[in-house]
Unconditional design. Sequence first.
Length: 262
Amino acid sequence: MRWLTRACCLLLGVACLLCAANIKLYLKDGTYQLAREYKVEDDRVSFLSVDRGEWEEIPAALVDLEKTKAEIKRREETLREEEAANAAEEKAERDARKEVEQIPTAEGVYLIEAGKLIPVKVGESKIVTDKRRSVLKALSPIPLVSGKATLELDGPHAPAGTANREPEFYIRLSADERFGIVRLSEHKGNRVVEKLTLIPVTKETVEEPDLVPTFRKQVADGLFKIWPEKPIEPGEYAVVEYTDGKVNMQVWDFFVAPGTGK
């Protein structure tokens, strides 16, 4: 159907151009003659009438040539602006398609850095309670006992990151899940991805990630671009994919280094 839509748009564009080629030959009494073209010959103005399809003449004294010329100039400027806007839009679409084609088809997160795509390694997150540490399997909930817990990553720092305080990422999802960027906190030398509260009666799990406000844009099926709404402070962060209440969060951790980035 896309080709049919493009064909209809092309036909509509041609029709608009044909209409735009018509000239309003303004008269001093406030009316106008619709013409394909016109020319001034001594004290007469000849014009090719759109309505009658014939060349006709009218005294030059009756024609408002300045208004007619100004109208033609405005129309030409508008057409040039529209052509430039269409060209820019087509270029943006081509660039976007080219960029998407470079992104691997495998599920994951990719940092956009200096025009290049850098894969972000998925972290091994763990459920931490007072008594144990359990490795969280990707998108596979772990049964938990009631109380408090945290979802953590080992160590104080991510293995890779950026000095850009407005980092942009592509995330290709494995399923129709929620996703975002979270700010990590410190706990006994490790990084906390989110706090968990386990409710004994309803057996629900309340998750408390420190989400960063973000912009997001879908660029293909299952593929999104995500970036923070405003510059973020240096520190430890992660791009995450999860389902509310299931404790199945996948974590791609990164750091934002102090620097002059954006």
